[in-house]
Design a binder for this molecule. Structure first.
Ligand code: NAP
Ligand code: MG
Length: 472
């Protein structure tokens, strides 16, 4: 695949300061796709300088003009959507149909939303004798993961640009190609030089240099809780704003009386999608003791239909995991589940048949999972579902809230009011009621250790603003 051998800094592709490179491989077969430069502190410093220099001009650009650039960006991404889908499939391994419907389509929807919001949002309001101004927070450092590689970039870049901020992006080392494609689109959209800058590189090198750079005003990170914790600490010591989108262990609560077949089918689909590499996945399914065995049977049957294989094959529903380390991590959790006494009812730790080369893991379901088990507490980030049994709704609530995380969740009930009442008591940032669909304008983010701050929609825009009041 085509790749740039430089960094996109101050409106042009420029040679990296060092000579290090990152090899980008296809997780389906291990072939080399491209190499990109591995940036270091000097590249980060150059990018931050460019962003700082561009800030006064972009912050003073009328919101309608910023909206026009985002609208141009939306148009370019739309024109290139098939190329986006194919790039994500190549470097992430997601089935092409998923790449088209989600990895390409969702960022376009988010970009469209921010083009409209930038034009419509009131950046000033009168409050008694005060004029309250919502000003851009400044230079943003953005660090993103590989699991929804373009979505996670756009969920930061679109609101940052709409707000009048400038930024430096350090994307995941596994998926830099779609990040380069995005930088090309920003350039073509006529976003002024220095407003958006891209530094490809390794987390502990380029990522850390960005997180610790003293001239960043807001650090926005999506990824693991372990790295997020360190970034939060570095930001706090520099008195910088920080936004963290971290892991999850979300509960899918099937209340007695809910349509069990529908809830289980949707629950399995939610976990297996993107090979389970979704921070908001409903990885714990909670079912009442009376219908528990039926749910186990339905989940095992549904999972058997999730064919693993070549992401370009139309019959494939589950592609490989992103890399060998993730595969080892996930199969390690499957072994751990067996050791701790959970009952394996689908899948397992052995690689699927015919998958000698790629980083494949069998879609797996565990029954008899108890709340204290590792597979009920830790984020696995693979196609692994844990089924837990509850005695009554208070027990279900206790189990649902009984992890350090709180990112997403689901509730199923024959009575929507009952489901909403239950969801109000859940310690989590998003709950889908009876299969309510994804809304790109709804705030997304975590309670507890799932993070700090919200992305998407108007709530996501406001993360990039700071408030000034003038008393008249
Ligand atoms: P990660 O290490 O947290 O990666 C996220 C981003 O942070 C990447 O761009 C990464 O760069 C960068 N990074 C890594 N170390 C850093 C450091 N010391 N300073 C600054 N930036 C740093 O996540 P991962 O290793 O890819 O995945 C591990 C686990 O994290 C997964 O199994 C999953 O549980 C969780 N995860 C969660 C999400 C989510 O959406 N919440 C997304 C991905 C992963 P590199 O790409 O070079 O490592
Ligand atoms: Mg990493």
């Amino acid at each position: 695949m085509k790749a740039h051998d430089g960094m996109y800094i101050d409106g042009a592709w420029r040679p990296a300061a060092g000579t290090g490179t990152i090899e980008v491989t296809n997780p389906a077969d291990g072939t080399l796709l491209a190499t990109v430069p591995a940036g270091g502190p000097e590249d980060v410093a150059a990018a931050v300088r460019a962003a700082r220099a561009a800030l006064p001009g972009w912050a003073a650009t009328p919101p309608a003009e910023r909206a026009a650039r985002l609208d141009a960006l939306r148009r370019i991404l739309t024109d290139r959507r098939e190329e986006i889908a194919r790039t994500v499939t190549a470097e992430l391994g997601s089935p092409l149909t998923l790449s088209q419907k989600v990895h390409a389509a969702v960022p376009i929807a988010v970009c469209t939303g921010y083009a409209e919001l930038a034009a419509a949002y009131s950046f000033e309001e009168r409050l008694g004798n005060s004029l309250v101004l919502r000003e851009p927070v400044g230079v943003v450092g953005a660090i993103t993961p590989w699991n929804y590689p373009l979505h996670q970039i756009v969920a930061k870049a679109a609101p940052a640009l709409a707000a009048g901020c400038t930024m430096v992006l350090k994307p995941a080392e596994d998926t830099p190609l779609v990040a380069q494609l995005f930088a090309e689109a920003v350039d073509e959209a006529g976003v002024p030089a220095g407003v958006f800058n891209l530094v490809t590189g390794l987390g502990p090198v380029a990522g850390q240099a960005l997180a610790e750079h003293e001239d960043i005003d807001l650090l926005s990170f999506t990824g693991s809780t372990a790295v997020g914790r360190r970034i939060g600490a570095a930001a706090a010591s520099g008195v910088k704003r920080v936004a963290l989108e971290l892991g999850g262990k979300s509960a899918n609560v099937v209340l007695p009386g809910a349509d069990l077949a529908k809830a289980v089918k949707a629950g399995v689909a939610n976990v297996m999608s993107n090979s389970g590499q979704t921070c908001s996945a409903w990885t714990r399914m909670l079912v009442d003791s009376e219908r528990y065995e039926e749910a186990v049977r339905l989940a095992a049957e549904a999972t058997a239909k999730y064919t693993t294989g070549d992401p370009l094959d139309e019959a494939t529903r589950v592609g490989p995991l992103v890399n060998a380390a993730q595969r080892e991590r996930v199969t390690g959790y499957i072994e751990r589940g067996r050791e701790e006494g959970a009952r394996l009812v689908a899948g397992g730790a052995e690689p699927p048949e015919g998958a000698e080369r790629g980083h494949y893991v069998r879609p797996t379901v565990f029954a008899d999972v108890t709340p204290g088990m590792t597979i009920a507490q830790e984020e696995i980030f693979g196609p692994v579902l844990s089924l837990l049994k509850y005695e009554d709704t208070e027990d279900a609530l206790r189990i649902a809230n009984g992890t350090v995380y709180g990112l997403a969740g689901a509730v199923w009930s024959e009575d929507e009011e009952e489901a909403v009442a239950f969801a109000r008591r859940m310690e989590t940032g998003q709950v889908d009621i009876n299969g309510g669909r994804f809304n790109p304008l709804a705030p997304f983010g975590g309670y507890k250790q799932s993070g700090v701050g919200r992305e998407l929609g108007v709530h996501g825009l406001e993360e990039y603003l700071q408030t000034k009041s003038l008393q008249l």
